[in-house]
Design a binder for this molecule. Structure first.
Ligand code: FES
Length: 91
């Protein structure tokens, strides 16, 4: 006799968290989320559906590109409000 077959063995892998569905356009797969770091400024995030703040709170994204504060000085976290330009001169 042999051990349990793979099909009979319990699946011990942890369940993956569900990924939010992304909308494909005209039969194409959804574009990946892209992030660009602006030196001395925000992160420009393209294609995201939500941004999680430092506390894990989800902020829905309703534009194609959003600026996420990377300096920590914004008054409207997680979004950039331009404060970085006053505290950190552009290099
Ligand atoms: S990066 Fe713009 S306010 Fe922080």
């Amino acid at each position: 006799m042999t051990g349990p077959r793979a099909a009979d063995a319990p699946d011990e892998r942890p369940a993956r968290p569900a990924r939010p569905a992304r909308t494909a356009r005209a039969g194409r797969p959804a574009d990946p989320v892209r992030v660009r770091l602006c030196p001395g400024g925000p992160l420009l995030v393209r294609g995201a559906q939500e941004v999680l703040d430092a506390d894990g709170v989800a902020h829905p994204v309703e534009r194609p590109v959003v600026a996420v504060c990377a300096c920590g000085a914004t008054g409207r976290a997680p979004w950039c409000d331009g404060t970085h330009a006053r505290i950190s001169p552009r290099r």
